[in-house]
Write a protein that binds this ligand. Sequence first.
Ligand code: GDP
Length: 360
Amino acid sequence: MVEQAQTAVAEADLVLFVTDARAGVTPGDEELAALLRAARKPVLLLANKIDDSSHEADAYEFHRLGLGDPIPVSALHGHGTGDLLDAIVARLPGSAREAVGEEAIKVAILGRPNVGKSSLLNAILGQERVIVSETPGTTRDAIDTIFRRGDRTFVLVDTAGLRRKRRQRQGIEYYSELRALQAAERADVALTLVDASEGVVDQDLTVADVARKAHCATIAVVNKWDIAEVGLDDVRARLESRLRQRPPVLAVSAKTGRGIEKLLDRIESVFDRTASRISTGALNRFLGELRAEREPPGRGRRRLNLLYGTQVQARPPRFRLVVNDPSLVTRDYSYWVENRLRERFELEGVPVDIDFVRRS
Ligand code: GDP
């Protein structure tokens, strides 16, 4: 039972510790209370089976568990459950984040060790930036950093490990791939860092793939530009040939601060494209051009016919293209449509989903 409780507590944001007020404090309660005090998680202590308000005094003895004021409830009759719900909502990390608003741009900083993630974070947060707050993220131990720039709000996702001093970070690679994926999954835009003193290496491509899997818009940030050993065009060519999402490539130096403002401008514009909607008219004019530009694939005497389309979702964009027969769509053709769509509507770096569906 203790083992099970420990596992559950480790995964939880908030613990509801339910006791039986009629039975009083039991040795089992004391054991669990000790475990919870050590876990340092927010706990609500519930004194259950108080079916009648005249028995509320039965709850008092649970004070001695050292977990705050017991909340009298009756699971059977529902007494106290409304107040309990309010108490739960007030303690959940999400409620702190709601204050940020949907329009905030969520950004994850990704990259292999020593590429300069922590330095970039500090450069972004440097000097004049107003840090509004640091709020718990949904992942355990994750802290997000929120700041404003002009009229925009940015949320840097899962920054606690990056803000720690370098000395304290040594030995552990803070950003495991799983952790990076979790951060990216909460972000709109992922910055995938490349070290300009070393050029693009395979691990950088793996990192970019983490962003793609998480459906993040991506910007390739070539850091340490002050000691660059490579040209930006080389980096661009290398990434373009390997990354389907075609991320924009920007050079910065976290050390000198060069390129940081431009990077923030670019994050805003990529986010705006990710959240944008293409009108059905514009999309269908574009599909007409595609039909004229390249003969669609066929099988035997049947040929794919691209009939019409709409954007069905934004942030990130998703399109539904209606065709005569989806089984005629080849991988090559769908890549081509995707990339033409990117070029035409400035969706470089933006994840794009296209569903080819049969005309009903
Ligand atoms: P992280 O492991 O990705 O967080 O990388 P750090 O931010 O800890 O940086 C790793 C090393 O690269 C440190 O010694 C930094 O001082 C150095 N570094 C980071 N950014 C730059 C930069 O723009 N220029 C130069 N010359 N060095 C940098």
